[in-house]
Design a protein around this ligand. Sequence first.
Ligand code: ADP
Ligand code: ZN
Ligand code: ZN
Length: 772
Amino acid sequence: MAETLFGREERGHPREGGVYVRVAVERGIEGAGELTYWSPQVVIVGQRVNVPLGRKDKPAGGIVVAVGGEELLDGFAPDRVKSLLAAGTAHLPEPMLELGRWMSRYYVCPLGMALATMMPAAVKRRAGRRVVTELTPAESPETPPDLTPSARRAWEAIRAMPPGAFPLSPRNLAARIGEKTLGAINRLIRAGLLLEADRETVREAGPPRSLYVEADHPVELTSAQDRIVQGIGAGMDAFGVHLLRGVTGSGKTEVYLRLIDRVLHMKGSALVLVPEISLTPQTAARFEARFREHGVVTLHSGLSATQRHAAWARAASGSARVVVGARSAVFAPLSRLALIVVDEEHDASYKQDQVPRYNARDVAVMRGRIENCPVLLGSATPSLESWANARADRYRLWELPDRVGAGSLPPVEIVDMREERRARAELGGDRDASLGPTLQHAIAETLRDNGQVILLVNRRGFAHYLACPNARCGWVMTCDHCDAGMVLHLGRSLPKGGVVRCHHCLAEQRVPAVCPVCGLAVSRLGAGTQRLEDELARTFGPGTLEPGRTMLRIDSDSMRSGRDYADALARFGRGEVRLLLGTQMIAKGLDFPGVTLVGVVSADTALAMPDFRAAERTFQLVSQVAGRAGRGERPGRVIVQTWEPNAPPIRHAAAHDYPAFAEEELHQRGIARLPPATRMVRIVCRDEDSAKAGEAARALADALRESGGRSVRVEGPMPCPISRIAGHYRFAVEAYGPTAASIQSMLAAARSAGLLLSDAKTAIDVDPVALM
Ligand code: ADP
Ligand code: ZN
Ligand code: ZN
């Protein structure tokens, strides 16, 4: 489309009545991502526009970041400035632009990309847009003589109507004046007596599929909850960050609900972030049930583009005043924002792993600062970053140490797998079974007593590795494109015998029968969800645990959509399903009173990760999953199988002792000068040529050492733990500074010297969460 929205505009024409605009282009290239254009029409700052880009004038999206006169030209000749192609209706309010500017600086990415992230694709594409034409009578004093009698009658009827009745659609207008057809009205339009105007609306897409809903019972707050609601409620008119640590089932969600209730009475709006809606459908459903009459929008992956666009429009117009959603909901265009809640604030899914690599929790805190409203972070196992902030009085700490009512936290038994294996061998059983005798007996007992079971396995797939049984050969099946093992997957939709899949580049291969080096039949090592399912079916036999009927597997292989997941949970909730097994997906906010046994099949996989947060993750995982047991009348039991029964995160999680774990772990991080004792940036250089990736990382490390000064420690370059992904070799440089400012000034210096570009070969990750 070379033609502009405003007709053909030749360059060099005298320009009158329009404005110059600075546009942050979404496909922003660093430094060149903000360009000046001419707009013959009024546009406003924050408006989304299309602009011609590059020598071929390819249309590109962007956001207007400044409107003005020739001062925006920066000496550029006015006749060389191109015109906008189109101005859209979507718009980012000023506080969001400010947030975008901060993200661009803090996370080192072009402004246009930061702003592009804030607007869902469905809004940019204007999914489900409907243009309705509406009519208003012209203020014409005379009735033209050549009107037909029927048109004349219609015109007189229209003139008799009150002016407030307009605009009206042609159909509605015809009905009001008693015309059966549009003939007369069309004649009046042609005569210029009725003026047409287009109005854009979003088609009502029908209510989104309802989530797993439980009834919402109004409850009386406990005194501990009440104290917190009063305390946070006293500071609703200003920015402040509150950290609420409460064990699972302690009534945190009820605290959020009460505070939001206050906000709505103050005519404000509230934003609630949850890790992933499809994984926490029960939490989202409670907000919907409680605030239905104030307009609740739940943003989840099951929404169609039209529904998403409609949800955004409702939040922007104020017709919805509560938004519940995952990571990107932090950008919901609510106005009069009066409270932001970040539930499960420690969750790694708040961090986006593409540009801009933001953490929604931290963006929420910055948004609260900009909009001057409180931010409430909640978790049973706060991130050590937030905990350290609370300890340093930057965040205000509130605690709910006990479960609501008589419910108590379940006792956690640590089971040493070495002993289990010995016991198993004495019984003459399968030495490689994933379940030790203790957990197996507990499952049998629970099923006999009509209880329900949740089992956590850390890995998808059937086995983690395919390997040669000959230890001296040592062959392990790895991906051809990545430095990672291939994982076996079986399934009805897969070829017989299954496939092996790479979890990093998704490449698939057929399952090898024999070791390609020595020809021995391959063996399967490690335990994935599928293998455990098989083992359970074999052990407990049909009639007790049947896959797909009384036993369900929940992982990203078996759950294709949010609907599958909601269905599985509903069946578990009704008691049809006796045992649920799955990956971390099931460790999140599930609340089923019938669950009396929770088993962690292996607590060690998280512990063995080459990541300084391995202990923290293990603690979180074991604590979260343990919180799923005993939420009803009957007491719960938790069994954790591990090869390292004395590891501190496992010991402390079993004792439900977060403060002790945090104390010990913060001390270790302090000694090692790791976050949160320091702030960190990690930069990964990738290239198909290993030497080139290494050189780029080396040059970058040198540049950062130069610009970081003495307070920043730069490490690397070093090969990443996964040294190759999808054919690209990867090297990392890490920098640690005493404060965020020290890291920021180092990055800014390197960036302005042109030594640091965020591009396809360089991934800059500020406050990284994943270190693979
Ligand atoms: P959390 O978010 O900390 O896991 P919830 O707010 O979900 O805790 O509360 C756990 C359970 O206790 C829920 O079923 C909730 O309805 C109930 N509950 C919360 N507060 C109260 C209260 N004050 N009185 C009675 N029941 C409550
Ligand atoms: Zn791969
Ligand atoms: Zn071999």
